[in-house]
Design a binder for this molecule. Structure first.
Ligand SMILES: [Zn+2]
Length: 119
């Protein structure tokens, strides 16, 4: 599988088989994703060092900005909604995608800094 497919499926960067999350969370159930400490298949430790995933906030921020700009362009420019309606749609879209951003930003952050372990 390609790296992008592995990122979207939240697969381990070391073996590309194990799942990084125990459950993927849901905004409708108000449940955040729960990340495993180690890969089930290769025993790779996901949190490389303490506080490693704080940096994923930068990725999450850029994902949220990209989604907000995309929804702004779609609903204002193409659908011609009023500014207040566009604002409400953008806020709702951002809230609905927050769990997805949280999960994906950690995976992207780990893939950025992953180096293949040589045994
Ligand atoms: Zn693995």
């Amino acid at each position: 599988m390609s790296k992008i497919t592995n990122i979207l499926k939240c697969k381990c960067p070391n073996c590309q088989e194990g799942d990084m999350y125990e459950h993927k969370g849901s905004i409708f159930l108000l449940k955040m994703p729960k990340m495993k400490k180690y890969c089930d298949k290769c025993n790779f430790k996901f949190e490389i060092e303490t506080g490693f995933f704080y940096g994923a906030m930068y990725v999450s921020y850029s994902l949220a900005c990209a989604e907000m700009i995309t929804s702004l362009v779609i609903f204002w420019y193409f659908m011609g909604l009023s500014p207040l309606n566009v604002f409400l749609v953008v806020v709702i879209a951002t809230v609905l995608l927050s769990v997805f951003n949280y999960r994906l930003s950690r995976v992207i952050w780990l893939y950025i800094f992953y180096k293949k372990q040589i045994d």
